[in-house]
Design a protein around this ligand. Structure first.
Ligand code: MG
Ligand code: MG
Length: 630
C-alpha cells in the first residue's frame, strides 16, 4: 500500500509540512499550487526538496473548469492545461487532477466532455503525463463518479483515467458498491476523507469539515472495500480540508492521517479476505477488559493529601513497591498507585503537569499483541529501566504523552502486585466503602485534539465512540464524547475545552496539557457507599436545594428516595434503559476530582444533564478557595 497526503491537509509552511509528512511514514504527497506559490523556491527546487524528504509527488492539483466549455473558452482551457503541464514537469510529477467543471458556462454533454479529455490525453501523452478526472459533488453537470467514469470510458485514452474521492461519493449518498464495476487500471488515484454527518451545503461541508478516515461518520470501509475489489493498487491519499486542522500541529495531524489509513486498510483486509491483500499482518483490535491500575505522580504534601483523599473514599494502603517509592492503594478491583519517585517518567510528568494521573494500566487478553498493534498504528513504545526481579510490562505513550501499560493474565503480568510489591500488615479495622471498579476515566483536552484521541482509542482497541454531546459550563461550552469497550468494561470520556474560562479549560491550562480530570468509581450500593465515606470524613460536593426541587419536577422519584439523595448530595438521571446515581468529591488541587456512580438496569450515559449543576457547584467551591480565574 502506497500512502499519500495532500499538502493542504495539514498546517504549517511547505517545509514544516514535508518534514511532518515524511516522519509519519507517508510515501508521497499531492501538491497544491498554493503551497509552492507561497514558497520562495522555483518549482524545480521545490520538487527536489520534496524528493530529498524521501517523498514522491504523486499528484498535482487542481486543474479546474476544463471540460464542456464553449469554443472560445475551450481553446483557453487547453492553453491553461499546457502551462500546468510545464509546471508538473518542473516539479517532477506525471499525474494531474482535473475536477469537474463548476462554471455556469459549461455546456454539459458526456460526449463533448469525452472529446475534450481525448484531446487533453493526446497533449499529455506527448509529454509522458497522465490526467485524472474527478467528479466534484457540486460539479455543474458531472457530480457523480459514475458519470465521470462514463466520460473517461468514452474518452478511451490510455493517458486519461478516473480519480475517486470518498467524500464526493459518500456525501451525495451514492452507493460506493458502484465502484466495483470500474476497471481498477482506469482508476488513476484514490482520495480519502471522512466527515461528520452534518446537513449543510456540500461545498461548505467539504471545504471545512472533512476529517481523517475513522474520525467522521461516512462509510469509508464500504468505499475502500469497493475500490480494492477493482484491483486498484495505486496510492491512497488523504485530502482533508478542515478548519480545526489548519491550526493544529503538523506532526500530530500527519501521524493521525497515517494511522487512519493503516487502520482503514486493516479493516478492509479483514472484511475482504478473498481479495488476499498484500498488507502487513497486524493483530486485530484488542478488547479492553478493564482498568488494572491508575497511577498518580505526586510529591510531598500533595501526595499526602491525595492519599488522604483515597483513605476517606474507603481505599486502603495495602503495599509498597519493593525498590521504588510507589504506594499501592486498593478497594474492590480498583488499584491506585501513588508514585513519588524523584527519577524516571513519573518524576518528569510531575515536573511538567504537577500531581495527576501519569499512567493507566489496561487489562487485555494479550499485552504483547496490544503493544504490537499500537506500534503498527504509529504509537510510540514506552520503555523504562526495569529493576531485578521486576516484570517487563508492554507500554506505549498515549496521545497526550502519558503512559499506557497493558496487563494480561496469560503472560503472568497480572501478578505484578505480588511480584513487585511488599504487602503491608492488614488493618482489620479499616472500612471499605463498597467501591468495586473503575467505571470511567475522564480526560480533558483541547477541543482541537479530540479527534486524535478518539482515533487513537478506536484504532487500537475494540472500542466505539458515541455521539458528541455538549456540556454547558456557565462560562462556555465543553464538548464531550465517550469511547467505550464492548460491555462497558472500559469507558473513557473525552472532554474538549475551547476556553480557559470553563472548568475543563481552567484545569487544562493549570495542568499544562491534556490530563485525566476525573475518575469515576462504580459502587454496588451508592447510598451505602456515600454513608460509609461520610463516616470516614469524605466531603461530597454540595448540591443546592434547587437541584432537588427540579429533579422532583422532572422525574417520578419517591419522596423518601429524594430525601436520601438530598442528604447524601446524590445526583440523578435516567435514560430509556434505567436509572443513574452519582455524587462527586470536592475538587482536589487544580480541579481533579472523583465521582462515585451506580448504573441501574443498563443506563448507558454519564449523567450529562447534571454536568452544568456539578460544574457550578465546583466553581463555587473553587472561587471560595480564591481562584479568581473562575
Ligand atoms: Mg478530491
Ligand atoms: Mg463522569
Amino acid at each position: 500500500m502506497k500512502t499519500a497526503i495532500a499538502t493542504v491537509s495539514i498546517s504549517g509552511n511547505l517545509r514544516e509540512k514535508l518534514a511532518a509528512i515524511a516522519k509519519a511514514g507517508f510515501d508521497g504527497i499531492e501538491i497544491f499550487e498554493q503551497d509552492f506559490i507561497a514558497d520562495t523556491g522555483s518549482p524545480r527546487e521545490i520538487g527536489k526538496m520534496i524528493r530529498d524528504h524521501g517523498l514522491e509527488i504523486m499528484l498535482f492539483q487542481p486543474f479546474r473548469d476544463f471540460e464542456g466549455l464553449p469554443e472560445a473558452m475551450r481553446r483557453k482551457a487547453f492553453d491553461r492545461a499546457e502551462r500546468k503541464f510545464d509546471l508538473m514537469q518542473e516539479l517532477g510529477t506525471d499525474l494531474v487532477l482535473v475536477c469537474s467543471n463548476v462554471s455556469p458556462h459549461a455546456l454539459g454533454g458526456i460526449d463533448r466532455a469525452a472529446d475534450d479529455f481525448r484531446e487533453l490525453g493526446d497533449r499529455a501523452a506527448k509529454r509522458g503525463l497522465r490526467v485524472g478526472f474527478e467528479a466534484l459533488a457540486w460539479g455543474r453537470h458531472i457530480n457523480d463518479h459514475r458519470d465521470a467514469w462514463e466520460v473517461v470510458r468514452r474518452a478511451d485514452h490510455a493517458n486519461i483515467g478516473l480519480i475517486v474521492d470518498s467524500f464526493h461519493t459518500l456525501a451525495r449518498k451514492i452507493d460506493p458498491e458502484t465502484i466495483r464495476r470500474i476497471p481498477g487500471d482506469k482508476i488513476f488515484f484514490v482520495q480519502l476523507a471522512d466527515a461528520p454527518l452534518i446537513d449543510m451545503d456540500l461545498l461548505y461541508w467539504s471545504r471545512h469539515f472533512r476529517n481523517m478516515p475513522g474520525e467522521g461518520d461516512l462509510n469509508l470501509l464500504g468505499f475502500m472495500r469497493a475500490v480494492t475489489a477493482t484491483g486498484y493498487d495505486g496510492p491512497l491519499s488523504l485530502e482533508i480540508f478542515n478548519d480545526q486542522f489548519r491550526g493544529g500541529s503538523p506532526t500530530g495531524l500527519a501521524r493521525d492521517g497515517h494511522r487512519s489509513l493503516v487502520y482503514l486498510m486493516d479493516r478492509v483486509k479483514r472484511a475482504e479476505p478473498d481479495l488476499s491483500l498484500d498488507l502487513p499482518e497486524i493483530p486485530d483490535r484488542m478488547t479492553v477488559e478493564g482498568v488494572e491500575f491508575i497511577e498518580f505522580t505526586s510529591q510531598g504534601e500533595e501526595a499526602d493529601k491525595l492519599a488522604e483523599m483515597l483513605r476517606v473514599m474507603g481505599f486502603r494502603h495495602v503495599g509498597n513497591h519493593k525498590s521504588k517509592k510507589v504506594a499501592l492503594w486498593r478497594q474492590g478491583n480498583i488499584n491506585i498507585v501513588i508514585n513519588t519517585e524523584t527519577t524516571g517518567f513519573a518524576r518528569s510528568a510531575y515536573l511538567t503537569h504537577g500531581t495527576g494521573v501519569c499512567d493507566i494500566g489496561l487489562k487485555v487478553s494479550d499485552a504483547g499483541k496490544t503493544a504490537q498493534r499500537a506500534e503498527a498504528l504509529g504509537a510510540t513504545l514506552f520503555e523504562q529501566a526495569v529493576g531485578p526481579g521486576e516484570l517487563t510490562i508492554p507500554a506505549i505513550r498515549s496521545v497526550g504523552g502519558s503512559v499506557m501499560h497493558f496487563i494480561d493474565e496469560a503472560s503472568g503480568l497480572s501478578k505484578v502486585w505480588e511480584v513487585e510489591f511488599e504487602p503491608l500488615e492488614k488493618d482489620l479495622d479499616a472500612v471499605d466503602a463498597g467501591l468495586v471498579r473503575v467505571d470511567h476515566i475522564a480526560e480533558t483536552m483541547d477541543y482541537d485534539e479530540m479527534l486524535s484521541w478518539s482515533l487513537f482509542y478506536t484504532a487500537i482497541f475494540n472500542m466505539e465512540k458515541s455521539p458528541m454531546v455538549d456540556v454547558i459550563d456557565p462560562d462556555g461550552l465543553v464538548h464531550s464524547q465517550a469511547v467505550e469497550a464492548a460491555d462497558g468494561r472500559f469507558r473513557m470520556t473525552l472532554n474538549g475545552a475551547e476556553t480557559h474560562r470553563t472548568l475543563a479549560g481552567h484545569f487544562l491550562a493549570d495542568s499544562f496539557g491534556s490530563a485525566v480530570q476525573h475518575i469515576a468509581f462504580a459502587a454496588e450500593d451508592i447510598f451505602a457507599s456515600a454513608r460509609a465515606m461520610a463516616g470516614l470524613g469524605f466531603q461530597a460536593l454540595p448540591m443546592p436545594q434547587n437541584y432537588y426541587d427540579d429533579l422532583a419536577a422532572r422525574f417520578e422519584i419517591a419522596p423518601d428516595l429524594l430525601d436520601r439523595m438530598k442528604e447524601l448530595q446524590i445526583l440523578y438521571d435516567e435514560d430509556e434503559n434505567g436509572a443513574f446515581f452519582q455524587y462527586y468529591s470536592r475538587p482536589y488541587g487544580d480541579g481533579l476530582f472523583f465521582e462515585i456512580i451506580q448504573r441501574r438496569k443498563g443506563y448507558s450515559g454519564y449523567g450529562a444533564p447534571n454536568a452544568p449543576f456539578r460544574i457550578s457547584a465546583q466553581k463555587r467551591l473553587m472561587r471560595q478557595k480564591g481562584m479568581p480565574k473562575l
